[in-house]
Write a protein that binds this ligand. Sequence first.
Ligand SMILES: Cc1ncc(COP(=O)(O)O)c(C=O)c1O
Length: 410
Amino acid sequence: MIQLDSKFIRSQFPAFAEPSLNGWGFFENAGGSYTCQQVISRLNNYYTQTKVQPYYNYPAAQKAGAAMDESYRQLAAYLNVREEDVHFGPSTTQNLYVLAHAFRELWNIGDEIILSNQDHEANAGFWRRLEKTGIVIKEWRVDPETGRLNPDDLDAMLSNKTKLLAFPHCSNIIGHTNPVAEIVSKAKTANVCVVVDGVAHAPHGLPDIDSLGVDIYLFSLYKTWGPHLGLMTIKKEIMDTLPNQSHFFHKHSIRKKILPAGPDHAQIAATAGVAQYLDTVYEHHFSETVDPAEKGRRLKKLFQDHEKSLLQPLLEWLRQRDDIYIVGPDDPALRAPTVSVVPKKKSIDEICAVLATKKLMVGQGSFYSVRPLMGMNIPIDPGVLRLSFLHYTIEDEIAQLIDGLAAALD
Ligand SMILES: Cc1ncc(COP(=O)(O)O)c(C=O)c1O
């Protein structure tokens, strides 16, 4: 079995060679990851060589446009979608805000949408606001004990008035990976548009979106080792039906009509660095020539095998403590390495203060996932202590985390 070469992986991220971060264990990756060198280089090149309006006739503009086009092309290939299905916006939140406005123009009073209460607010609030305009909201609820969504609940919720189903590939607090393809097949029997928030999933390996069958998939590139942008894929057949949300003269521009904010050219150009990072990692670990979608599948398995090998001892250690409660599944096979815990004896503030003295960066709070916490009867304030890591994390850091937690909890 091919194993991830962590030394090589970490050599691709300047943060691991940065003296001011030396010795710090980074466990707030679900909030935003370190950035790979390939992205930083492209951003630097754009700002130094081609910081002009792209796509005009002179060389710098041509080069700028070509760098942006490369990002559409290379990310589409990894995600296994058509290039025209890829869209970049300022963030996933903003992308969903615009989508909710666009879809509303297609629906009638009394039409229904199904929303989970496992979502980050980005894939919840803007859709729910449509209730004021006559759209009927049906809530697909998590099990309060396990935090999991049961796909079978949808059978009674889907109707001939259902227009859309929105849910997360994985919650940024509960960590359970939802069976997206199974859920999509239920939705498709009712001809419902499926919108999946993949923000908490994609950092653990880019998804093969074609095989998931979703209509719209969103994630945030600043959590997948890239620049601060939101990427969404929208099937062109759906995009064609969406009303223009930009200036009136953009209504036929597939890249612009759903993005009222002007695109951040430099960051779009930098995004191809994410694909180039994956290419570099692939070439280091595999010798066979395959297309990017297959590279993506192999790398996802490589990343996740490594992550799960680190998650196992962490969950095992957390499981034997009687002074904390683990949110979501405690089986590494079922979840992402984004582990929220609720301490029973000490306050989260106290724990985080000790962890900082042990050079551990962790997260605390509700992470805009207020509805999942409410669904599990966990107080929003103080929320949870969140420990999240990625494929570039190593065994020594997990040991550092466990030692730090032991000192903070005892
Ligand atoms: C699961 C999930 N969805 C959506 C978002 C919002 O993403 P963005 O910051 O790009 O708006 C986040 C951000 O933390 C998230 O964790």
